[in-house]
Design a protein around this ligand. Structure first.
Ligand SMILES: Cc1cc2nc3c(=O)[nH]c(=O)nc-3n(C[C@H](O)[C@H](O)[C@H](O)COP(=O)(O)OP(=O)(O)OC[C@H]3O[C@@H](n4cnc5c(N)ncnc54)[C@H](O)[C@@H]3O)c2cc1C
Length: 440
């Protein structure tokens, strides 16, 4: 008796994409941008022309079309096979997209979340620890290690500090050439480590140094960089979802870098929550001997002059209480009222951009997308409407108290407590009440 033969496998036809009449909304050539084989041309009116001979039936254009204006077309023969497949239990041999397979293999070589530990003369920038906090969540979701990237001279102590804030490994470049931050040396060092250890995500502070370094690295390694992210998460395909305000802050865009590694983001100070510090936490230090010859670095740092800022200026980003005024303050002299309240609370005065643009407050007091991001214990918004560009800079405060005479002002949507009324009556009344309570 002969053995039963296995059922022959049928290849599932891939079909080709085609445009449905009158449905294209000329969205901006999304179908063209996703086509992996460049078979989509655009007409002058923004409609796609698909070169079917080149189409590989990947369906990317069909899936991305916001107007469902594209569909898959199958010949009569292909339709028959599809019908047979649907009707029978014949095993289907899915055709593997060779391009996708190569890409998946390339991406899989990169593993781990890295956080660049920014330092100046051995002093770390706080944003690095904030990034370890969000980095830990990403690493946990990906099932990979959270690593610190430490570069400088005599900076091993920063590796241990990074362990205290959640890293389990630190890549260390420690040499005299790295004492001062210089783009050339740091880019060389980082690119060497990236090539050697292949991280899938690198986070940096959106500070002067971080912005400079991240852009230079992304250009050199040929990957994407999303600046000033306000949210980071992982999707179901291990991609980093990088959310940031776009179009002048009117929308929040989530940006992905799904074809290149590492995925790089910068985040402004105070946007992410500071993780808990665990004294004595341990990790592995990977000390890499790579250095850059001093003579190849054209930039020489002669002296570091600390921000003149410190002379009488106020750093609102570190304040626990911020009383901010907007256009509703009406005049610069009225900010004295906010200063009185700030003095009673031991806080500082902030401002909306309107107040800064009007010349009522200096630029370093501006809160928001083009100002500072703050995370105080209490943020009191006085005469501020709550435009999205302002909200992105303060909405993560522990408590928001909004004072506005317009009950429909958007600031009330993020407020813990809202007071509808005239700030010129309410603010002095609060200050007065605090003084009375203090005297008791
Ligand atoms: C690219 C871009 C970046 C930007 N970046 C920033 C940024 O970083 N920070 C920022 O703040 N803005 C920024 N803006 C501007 C932003 O869009 C708003 O225009 C600005 O925040 C509005 O400031 P405001 O709330 O003080 O003024 P308004 O929107 O004019 O609001 C004034 C509020 O005061 C209230 N009011 C008036 N009188 C009283 C009173 N007596 N008592 C109580 N309430 C009163 C009014 O009801 C009103 O709600 C940016 C805009 C763009 C396009």
């Amino acid at each position: 008796m002969s053995e039963p033969q296995p059922k022959p496998k049928l290849k599932k036809p891939r079909g080709v994409a085609r445009l449905l009449d009158g449905k294209c909304i000329a969205c901006g050539a999304r179908c063209q941008s996703v086509c992996p084989v460049n078979c989509v041309e655009m007409t002058e009116t923004g409609e796609p022309i698909i070169e079917t001979a080149k189409c590989i039936g990947c369906q990317k254009c069909v899936k991305i079309c916001p107007a469902s204006a594209l569909e898959m077309f199958y010949t009569a023969e292909e339709q028959q096979i599809l019908a047979e497949l649907a009707a029978s239990a014949v095993p289907v041999e899915e055709e593997i997209d060779p391009e996708a397979a190569v890409l998946a293999r390339k991406l899989a070589e990169y593993r781990g979340v890295w956080v660049f530990v920014e330092q100046t003369e051995g002093e770390p920038a706080k944003v690095s620890w904030e990034l370890l906090g969000v980095g830990a969540v990403l690493a946990r979701n990906l099932g990979v290690e959270l690593c610190a990237l430490v570069i400088g001279e005599n900076v091993e102590h920063l590796c241990r500090e990074a362990f205290a804030y959640g890293a389990s490994k630190a890549y260390l470049l420690d040499a005299p050439v790295y004492y001062h931050y210089r783009t050339e040396a740091y880019v060389e060092g980082c690119c060497h480590l990236i090539a050697a250890y292949k991280p899938e995500i690198i986070l940096m502070g959106a500070t002067g140094m971080g912005r400079d370094l991240a852009g230079a690295i992304a250009t050199r390694v040929g990957t994407g960089l999303t600046a000033d992210c306000t949210g980071l998460a992982i999707d179901d395909k291990r991609n980093l979802m990088q959310t940031r305000p776009a179009f002048g802050g009117n929308i929040m865009a989530t940006i992905m870098c799904d074809k290149f590694r590492p995925q790089m983001s910068t985040v402004r100070p105070n946007v992410m929550q500071m993780p808990e510090r665990k004294e004595g936490a341990e990790g592995a230090i990977i000390r890499d001997p790579f250095t850059v010859p001093e003579e190849s670095v054209l930039t020489k740092v002669i002296e570091i002059i600390r921000d003149s800022h410190s002379k009488g200026a106020v750093d609102i980003t570190g304040a626990e209480f911020i009383i901010s005024g907007g256009r509703g303050m009406m005049a610069p002299e009225n900010f004295a009222m906010l200063q009185d309240l700030a003095d009673e609370l031991g806080g500082v005065v902030g401002a909306s951009r309107s107040a800064v643009d009007a010349g009522w407050m200096p630029g370093d007091r501006q809160v928001g997308q083009t100002g500072k991001t703050v995370r105080p214990k209490i943020y009191i918004a006085c005469g501020i409407s709550g435009a999205i560009q302002h909200l992105v800079g303060m909405q993560d405060s522990d408590m928001v108290i909004a004072i506005n005479r317009d009950s429909s002002a958007p600031i009330f949507e993020v407020a813990t407590y809202g007071i509808v009324g005239d700030l010129f009556q309410i603010v002095p009344a609060i200050t007065q009440r605090i003084r009375e309570l203090k005297q008791k």
